[in-house]
Design a protein around this ligand. Structure first.
Ligand SMILES: [Fe+2]
Length: 135
């Protein structure tokens, strides 16, 4: 799945929207590095950058939700934790090796991350948009 940022994904907070935009870019880079001429160094680098960004972003987003009194903050946090566990386990298993099988795993991961992120923004992050606007 190829994804791109568009304004319909904006939740109205410039930092959070900037993070989401960057996450979408990194997922696209990850997918690009795992097809045709497999770029192992780029896969490792991008996977690490994406994992770091997600960790920082989720902390920022959870702080914003606490600040604006978003009532679904706890279940939202659980969804973030599940994604982080998945990313960290792929990163741990990926190690330094690189071959067609591992690139295939990264392709599948990139695809499911793209689907997860867009649906998370559209269905869950959008729920706190009114709180951001009202706060
Ligand atoms: Fe979120």
């Amino acid at each position: 799945m190829s994804i791109a940022w568009d304004e319909s994904l904006a939740v109205g907070d410039p930092t959070i929207d900037g993070d989401h935009r960057r996450m979408i870019e990194l997922i696209a880079q990850l997918e690009a590095a795992a097809v045709a001429e497999i770029d192992c160094a780029a896969i490792g680098r991008t996977l690490r950058a994406l994992t770091d960004l997600c960790r920082e972003h989720f902390t920022r987003e959870e702080a914003l939700q606490a600040r604006v009194g978003f009532p679904e903050a706890q279940s939202h946090r659980t969804a973030h934790e599940m994604l982080m566990r998945r990313l960290e386990s792929v990163l741990a298993h990926y190690g330094d090796g690189c071959d067609e099988v591992r690139a295939g795993i990264v392709r599948t991961l990139g695809d499911s991350l793209a689907t997860w992120l867009v649906s998370h923004i559209v269905n869950s992050d959008m729920e706190f948009k009114p709180y951001v606007a009202g706060g």
